[in-house]
Design a protein around this ligand. Sequence first.
Ligand code: C2E
Ligand code: MG
Ligand code: MG
Length: 737
Amino acid sequence: MSTAIKERKSTARRTPAGRRPLRAALKVLSGAVATRHGADAAAQISELEAALDMARTATNDARTANARLREAIEILPQGIVFLDSEGRYVLWNEHYSKIYHRSADLFKVGARLADTLRVGVMRGDYPAAKGREEEWIKERLQKLTSPRERHEQWLADGRCIMIEERRTNDGGIIGLRVDITELKEREASFRLLFEANPVPMYVVSQNGKTVLSANAAARDHYGYPGTDLIGRPVHCLHLDQDHDRLDELYSPAPGILADHVWSHLKRDGSNIEVAIFSQAIVHERAPAVLVAAVDITERRRAEAQVAYLAHHDPLTGLANRARHLEQAGEMLAAIKESGGLGASLCIGLDNFKSINETMGPAAGDLLLQAVSRRITKTLRQGSVPARLGGDEFGIIMSDIAEPEEVSAVAKRLIEVISAPYKIQSQQITIGASIGIAIAPGDGEEAGKLLKNADLALSQVKLRGKGSFRFFEAEMNARAQERRRLEQDLRDAIENDGLDVHYQPLVSLANGRIVAAEALVRWPHKERGFISPVEFIPIAEEAGLIWALGDFVLNRACRDAVAWPDSVRVAVNLSPMQFRCGNVRDMVEAALAGSGLAPDRLELEITESLFLDRSNLVLDTLAELRKLGTRIAMDDFGTGYSSLGYLCSFPFDKIKIDRSFVQGIAGNVEQQAVVRAIVGLGQTLGKTITAEGIETAEELACLRSIGCDQGQGFLFSKARTQDALLPFLTKRKPKRVA
Ligand code: C2E
Ligand code: MG
Ligand code: MG
């Protein structure tokens, strides 16, 4: 039995051993009385003895009950104290002594709680009493005498004790003490977790749907300072249209509802996207919901941006290639389901690269944006534009009645795109070429349809830009053929497989050979000689033109050194060469390498070079002239005839294109054109050469008009160096009538 259990001192201390002498004394007494006073007296004593036995049994019972009570209260995990009606200690268990270990020395049966309290207060055992000791003691005793509800008591060692007291029937008090320190700590850390959590959290009553509590992050997040949010209907955080479905959020089934996205309303009226995590809880004994609202507005915006970028071209805002393919797929699916025709258009901008290179990428970007606006404006509903990359645009046209409808759109697009632009206060003109594939015939799968439209586009580009073409099944074969040719040409350039022939230019005044034009020749192992008209564009597109041009120039200069000094060599330059590298350096090196006098080299350029309108071209031409070479304008009259450049650059020769020469003798219009060109040349001081003279009539006509020089099969086809050399020296000036 615990030493802490005490009895009141007034209770007689009787041990069983202590009772034995009494019984022995009664026996002796009974014998004596019977001897002296007779049987009655002895009977009385027997009665007395019986009464004594009963009393003894009752006392034993009470004692057993008391012992059981003591054992019982020792087993209890709480501290227990019994006070009498005067507030004096009657009984307490060891837990009680442990809880109040600082005052345990004062606990004595019969001692007054008020006194031990006072001593405890003086010792500083109760932090809450500090500074208001008397008041505190009074309040505490008040609670003791009229106990109503539980209360908490903090002790000096940091523990928190929950006190519950009850009155007993005899006016005493049973007091219960539970150490709730751990609970309090947990509660405090939970409160901290809630209040200091960076995630906005709030608690809403399930019944009234009012905000019961909100942490600092939530108050800040929704713009309600202090306790402004507390007590408000939670509707204030929601958009009007969501008010009907608030039960989804605030009357949840037990468990977590994770990642619901809602639009919430801030106090300032702005909307935010939030991911909601909510859970049913009990808050102050009533059903409530704890809500964590993570602001995902930015994340959403970023996701939307990523999704947008995945499907759009950032420069023009048009659909990108991926989206374009999807749209083509959607169109094909619709056709499969309900029939009809659709079209895929592939638009390429002509000469965009040169504008980009000469005016800079910023201007190029502006131009692409302007083009995309024009395309979008031109299209009817049901047609969607896309930027496929670089200078290529695509269009998906659904629900077309017949291919002619697409032709009309293509024509219109070329017109619209080709109208001049004003970019960085400069006027720019570009052209457009369009390839068209009609669905479902030209492809039942999006990738194939687009590829075929692209193939048609490349055919347009090969055969004179600025127009449109429908895909034809043979184009596939042609494209393959082209790829093969490209590879063969690469091999030829690398393995010395090209040759240069020379076609003489003759003075029409005296029949003397004044120059010979270098014309590249490609003897193909299977196809024989392939025309430069066919392979020069391939070289240009495949990036082989620089190597090809360099080869021809060097060979021509070297060969020309063997010619009479009076004979110049003419070499063709592709506009592409001006874009690929430094033409001036290339020419200078060729001259230096061969030892040819610069004024014996005539460089033939075409009008398309001036499409660039760039200073780079003009500067390079000026540098070439400075080197001492001559510049000739080839194929005059076939290009984008703008006479402006005739004045902008002082070149030396104009070569009238064969198309004006052929049949000139019987065609007065052609004669008029050539006469005008000759007049212009004479005024500007340029030598005028007629190309492609095949007949004596043509020659006579051209001479009568006043052409200076002539070139054509009538005089000679292009010849090898070996065949040319004797021709240059032996050929007598021929007077042609
Ligand atoms: P081009 O510079 O105008 O060369 C003249 C073309 O007309 C040559 O064709 C020549 O053979 C042809 N020709 C000359 N006289 C007559 C004639 O009386 N009748 C007919 N029907 N044709 C005649 P070719 O050699 O096929 O060259 C075609 C074009 O290829 C050239 O036109 C030139 O633009 C280009 N080309 C040729 N060689 C080179 C080169 O080395 N570099 C560059 N960039 N282009 C070249
Ligand atoms: Mg030429
Ligand atoms: Mg020509």
